[in-house]
Design a protein around this ligand. Structure first.
Ligand code: ADP
Ligand code: MG
Length: 201
């Protein structure tokens, strides 16, 4: 359903210099799998995720979505793809305060008598679960998660991984992680990246 063909991504840097963040990445993803992307800091993991999610443009190559090349995608095509096909989960949650979903969640706590100050202090695990709920609410085909457990303790990380594993039954999950152990245990496929290239799949 998703194919990267020889994707290169250069970022301008210094005087006419460039950083080659991706150096020819070719990958195919199926509609139901739980993919982990492993690699050291700076190897291009976030760049890859952002390109797959249409948040950033590739320099050369092609991203083929459901058989359609994105080379001629216009802004409105990218908007439609981001809004309907993709859900994002980030390490730092990126939640918007005072969102309706939070007020709804909070209502259940109000009714059960949890004091206001306590209700308002969501733990990291709660925030990440709300972030996953937000990523899922449009029922996207693809969930992209960038270090979703990076700020969580090990017990909460396992809870978040269980949720991701469950939702990967009927969609594609691509997760960037530093945690090789969680990747081995929960994902169906591990892709290793080094210096902008795939070194293992
Ligand atoms: P990772 O997520 O694996 O840590 P990134 O994809 O964030 O790696 O970065 C890959 C390389 O591209 C790094 O050398 C980084 O400094 C560079 N890079 C990432 N984003 C930008 C940007 N917006 N401008 C310039 N260089 C960038
Ligand atoms: Mg990163």
């Amino acid at each position: 359903m998703l194919e990267l063909k020889d994707i290169h991504k250069d970022y301008p840097s210094g005087d006419e210099g460039k950083v080659e963040a991706l150096r020819g990445v070719s990958l195919q993803f199926r509609s139901r799998e739980f993919v982990s992307i492993l690699g050291p800091s700076g190897c291009g993991k976030t760049t890859l995720l952002n390109i797959v999610g249409g948040l950033d443009q590739y320099t050369s190559g092609d991203l083929v979505i459901n058989g359609r090349s994105t080379k001629d995608f216009k802004d409105r095509d990218w908007d439609a793809y981001r809004n309907h096909s993709i859900g994002f989960v980030f390490q730092s949650y990126h939640l918007i305060p005072h969102q309706t979903v939070l007020q709804n969640v909070e209502l259940a706590l109000t009714l059960s008598g949890v004091p206001k100050a306590e209700r308002r202090q969501m733990s990291g695990g709660q925030m990440q679960r709300v972030a996953i709920a937000r990523a899922l609410v449009n029922d996207p085909d693809i969930i992209l998660a960038d270090e979703p457990t990076g700020a969580l303790d090990s017990e909460t990380s396992v809870q978040v991984m269980e949720i991701l594993k469950e939702i990967s039954q009927d969609r594609l999950i691509i997760m960037v992680t530093h945690n090789a152990q969680l990747a081995e245990e929960y994902s169906t496929r591990i892709i290793r990246i080094l210096d902008g290239r795939v070194t293992g799949d």
